[in-house]
Design a protein. Structure first.
Length: 312
């Protein structure tokens, strides 16, 4: 099966008009999937003053602006979203997109925005229990005419989701790298698993952990689509690649952050080689993550040179 290529657009420090321009470009230049993120503050955290558009509304705009790509969020934070309300939002976007939506969901990690917006940042076990219960509740709503659920965190009573989604089965993708719970939740309940910004060796190792959980849960591992997000640090040519590497590295240093791990960098040919290694390690989809300032020459080179080569 041909590798799928995604575009991950964190809607931070960028205008909605430029985001829409990027989405329209990707929709007509070979991408298969576009995602947003679910943050109220900048990520990684700085000081909360960097503008960031809300995820559900952004995803609806993304769906309306495109015609071909599948659309999603990598990933919604379960702590921020009542599962019935989120299921209703996703159903609506499924209709806006004429059946191109998928639901990415995770346990959440951004402490500052939890505290600022009044969401409790519970211990990992509680957040993961919420995630697992929320996934089950949303699956019921997507697939059943009426749903009842009585759990520790969420309740459904004869709950209905109308109109019904366009898709017979909206894919649910669990995001994260936790080996003991997150990957087990994916093996039990998800159609896909997504992980961001790790090197290919770690991706391959975690992919094997997911296979092990599938075996323990009596799940066919081939029924879970594996995807990875990588930083986009590629240049259109050698000189462009060096300039981008220097500028992105300096920005990370100024923010007191470690060098980027899990990135597409260098020239288009090097990007092709990098992406193919992730495919060989088990990735069915590789998404490049765009951050402002948008390097349009590099983005065009990726569309013209990289996408055709990795899809052959």
């Amino acid at each position: 099966m041909a590798l799928k290529i995604g575009l991950h657009t964190g809607q931070q420090d960028i205008s909605m008009d430029e985001l829409r321009e990027i989405w329209r470009f990707a929709d007509t230049h070979g991408w298969d999937f576009i995602s947003v993120w679910d943050h109220f503050y900048e990520a990684p955290p700085i000081d909360g003053t960097h503008p960031c558009f809300e995820a559900v509304a952004s995803m609806a705009v993304l769906a309306a602006e495109t015609s071909h790509v599948r659309v999603g969020c990598h990933v919604f934070c379960m702590n921020y979203r009542n599962p019935a309300l989120l299921a209703n939002s996703i159903m609506t976007i499924d209709h806006v997109s004429h059946g191109r939506v998928e639901l990415g969901i995770g346990a959440g990690w951004h402490v500052q925005e939890h505290e600022a917006y009044g969401y409790p940042f519970d211990p990992p076990k509680v957040r993961l229990d919420r995630l697992e219960e929320g996934v089950q509740a949303m699956r019921q709503l997507f697939t059943q005419e009426r749903s009842d659920h009585e759990g520790a965190y969420y309740r459904l009573r004869d709950a209905m989701l109308y109109p019904r989604p366009v898709q017979e089965r909206i894919p649910i993708v669990v995001g994260g790298r936790g080996e003991r719970r997150t990957l087990r939740i994916a093996a039990r309940h998800a159609d896909g698993w997504n992980v961001p910004y790790i090197n290919v060796e770690e991706f391959e190792r975690l992919n094997g952990v997911l296979d092990t959980w599938c075996e323990r849960e009596d799940r066919d591992p081939s029924t879970i689509e594996r995807s990875v997000n990588l930083h986009m640090h590629m240049g259109a040519n050698e000189a462009d690649a060096k300039r981008i590497a220097d500028s992105r590295g300096a920005a990370l240093q100024r923010g007191g952050r470690a060098p980027a791990v899990g990135a597409v960098s260098g020239t288009p040919q090097r990007a092709i080689e990098t992406i193919k290694t992730y495919q060989e390690a088990g990735a069915a989809r590789v998404s490049i993550a765009i951050r402002p300032p948008v390097e349009w020459d590099a983005l065009r080179a990726f569309a013209e040179e990289v996408i055709p080569a990795v899809k052959r």
